[in-house]
Design a protein. Structure first.
Length: 57
């Protein structure tokens, strides 16, 4: 079964997603990466990610 990585980015302007997406895909190798702005998600998903997500620096 194939897997992917889902990443939420907090505080990044909409137009600045392309470079981080390219870096994430390069770093992950053959693992597909979904990158979304945390602010663009519904409030219940924002809360769930803030409570359960793992912060990457």
């Amino acid at each position: 079964m194939a897997s992917d990585s889902d990443l939420a980015v907090d505080g990044l302007p909409k137009l600045d997603l392309l470079e981080p997406m390219a870096e994430a895909e390069f770093t992950a190798g053959n693992i597909p990466v979904d990158l979304v702005r945390l602010e663009s998600l519904p409030p219940h998903w924002q809360q769930r990610i803030r409570e359960r997500g793992q912060r990457l620096l």
